[in-house]
Design a protein. Sequence first.
Length: 295
Amino acid sequence: MGSVDVARLVAAQLGVLATVGALPCAEDGVPVDEPVPVRCENGEVVLWRHRVGRGYVDVAARPHWGAPLVAFVPEGRAAPAVVRRPWPADDPREEAAERYRQRVHDLAHLAQVVGLGEPVVRRFDRALVEEVLRPRVDTRTLPPCPRPPRQETDAWALAACVQGLLDFYRYRYDQERLASELGLGTEGSPVRGTWRDVARTVRELTGRALSAEVSATPTFTEYLAEVRAERPSISFVPGHARVVTGYTRMSSLRLMGAGFAGLLVLDPAEGAARWENYDAMACVGSCTARLNLVP
């Protein structure tokens, strides 16, 4: 299936999500423009990035993502980019490929039912969508971050995310100090380091006013619980980190492949908010923090 055909299916999914209030959407009738390739570090095309209004959508370039819709950025630059491999190199993701095929099948049926013949994002008749999908929707977001984290070097995504997390609790640290605490080198000689020291750093820099924990097996339910408790968290994928500030979940009782579980993340590589398809991400760790109650 060509990138234009997949873009039409993604446009149908975005339109449905906007119709039921699960995602923000561009203005009605905005086209999904021609794609630009997004490559991983070895030069392989892993995503097709399509401009949509003032933002863009990332579409899987191959089935191993597990879903055609990888991420939606309501407002952000759609310039070509290089991303690190979003899943471990030794992970064939055969099950993900099968999920991708099922979702393409269901989204093709959905696009046919709503009469979408072109890659254009628009809201559909809500009564029709509810009849076709029988959707269940749950969405929550934290207040906008006054200072979205933006990493100061290519290797300091971790420091930027810790900075964003601490900012939420009114602890002000610059990235150079955080990089020193996290073992990320200097601005002139940065290194990526490991996320396993994040919890200790958060506890020490707040005088243990914040308790923090890391998990090597995060689930969507855990991210959901943190947002419901009005707490941001950090999500780690291979080679990168983002601050989670919201979630959306739309399930369908009739077309399972048309459902969507998304996390609203602040991506320090861009300093922009993006909705990531949780099922397309290889989340390898998380860090949660909460205030310790004083008696």
